[in-house]
Design a binder for this molecule. Structure first.
Ligand code: ACO
Length: 325
């Protein structure tokens, strides 16, 4: 028995913000951004769009591919750190919008690793026999927690959502393993200081820009490459595979330099590695399900294809999964 992906979906908002648009907002330029990150453009949610709206559309597309209705779903897990509200969970909002009345729903807060944490969680749920089908979603509206006057961070991120439908099925295809890690000692290198219980809402907090993401980019970069490589190797070794067996490496799309450094250390070819960070930037917990959906719709994922996925993000959190398609 394995948890198999039987449907994928994604949603990217319409507005495209290019590097040239950013040149008009902060002291940066297209060539610098492309050289340091590989990012050319990112999508920005409309004024009337939020995380649950994008998540719902991605989920509907995944359900449609699976040939299911929302009522067939037993569990909804959303990996997000930019939910519509501090609470209730965005998962509950998605449940209501879908009409998934037989499911229970919640969010997982693991930043860029949110989707892999959610996938692991749903996999455990299905393998325990508590339910038959789960919707696993990664969705973020990062544009709302970005300081658009800070060139160190605003160039990196974008908005979007991706979803997969997991179903418990007999056979050897599906999620083969999940390895998850965190190290809270690094929390300050990548975090959002306000507004939570530690720094509750205040005018002084707004003045100090506490609701915006803070990041020590250089430090994040180094730990990210090391951790992504190690946890990817762990996934392969745990299942008796080597890099040569990987059909598609679908990593968290943080930036091209991290992806290239990791791919090289793993001994993977560019043909094995799926990259779309140039189009969408870093959509945090949404990058992996968006990339899985794109790879799937491009016909790159065939029955039996071995998919290696790995993520790294705030917390720090990181992890990997190996999936037999
Ligand atoms: N445009 C032009 N110049 C810039 C910009 C910009 N947008 N941002 C910084 N610079 C300048 C800096 O001020 C600095 O100038 P100085 O030398 O005169 O002081 C110079 O460029 C180099 O700055 P660095 O920060 O050293 O540049 P670096 O090569 O490290 O690239 C970056 C910065 C792209 C943020 C890189 O550190 C990185 O990719 N880090 C990983 C962060 C990340 O991906 N975070 C996402 C969340 S976690 C995750 O998803 C893995």
């Amino acid at each position: 028995m394995k948890a198999r992906i039987i449907g994928t979906g994604s949603y990217l908002p319409e507005e495209i913000r290019t590097n040239y648009d950013l040149e008009k907002m902060v002291d940066t330029n297209h060539d610098w951004i492309v050289a340091r990150t590989g990012i050319v453009q990112r999508r920005i949610a409309g004024d009337d769009e939020c995380t649950s709206d994008m998540a719902t559309i991605a989920a509907q597309r995944a359900l449609e591919m699976a040939g299911l209705t929302a009522e067939d779903i037993d569990l909804i897990v959303v990996g997000t750190i930019t939910g519509d509200y501090p609470w209730p969970a965005t998962g509950c909002l998605v449940q209501a919008k879908l009409g998934a009345k037989n499911a229970y729903a919640y969010d997982i807060s693991a930043a860029c690793s949110g989707f892999l944490y959610a996938l692991s969680n749903a996999n455990d749920f299905l393998m325990s026999g508590r339910g038959k089908r789960a919707l696993v979603i990664g969705a973020e509206t990062f544009s709302r927690i970005i300081d658009w006057t800070d060139r160190n961070t605003c160039i990196l991120f974008g908005d979007g959502a991706g979803a997969v439908v997991l179903e418990a099925q007999e056979g050897d295809s599906g999620v083969l393993s999940c390895h998850l890690y965190s190290d809270g000692n690094y929390w300050e290198l990548l975090h959002q200081p306000g507004f939570g219980a530690k720094n509750p809402a205040s005018a002084a907090g707004i003045e100090a820009k506490l609701p915006f993401l803070r990041m020590e980019g250089n430090e994040v970069f180094k730990v990210a490459v090391r951790s992504l490589t190690k946890v990817s190797k762990e996934a392969l070794a745990a299942n008796g595979y080597t890099s040569a067996d990987v059909g598609q490496f679908i990593p968290h799309q943080a930036n091209l330099r991290i992806l290239e450094a990791t791919t090289k250390r793993l001994g993977l070819t560019s043909e094995q590695s799926f990259i779309n960070v140039h189009k969408y930037g870093n959509t945090s917990g949404a990058t992996i399900p968006i990339a899985i959906d794109e790879a799937n719709r491009q016909g790159l994922l065939k029955e039996g294809t071995l998919i290696l996925s790995a993520a790294f993000g705030g917390g720090f959190t990181w992890g990997s999964t190996l999936i037999r398609w």
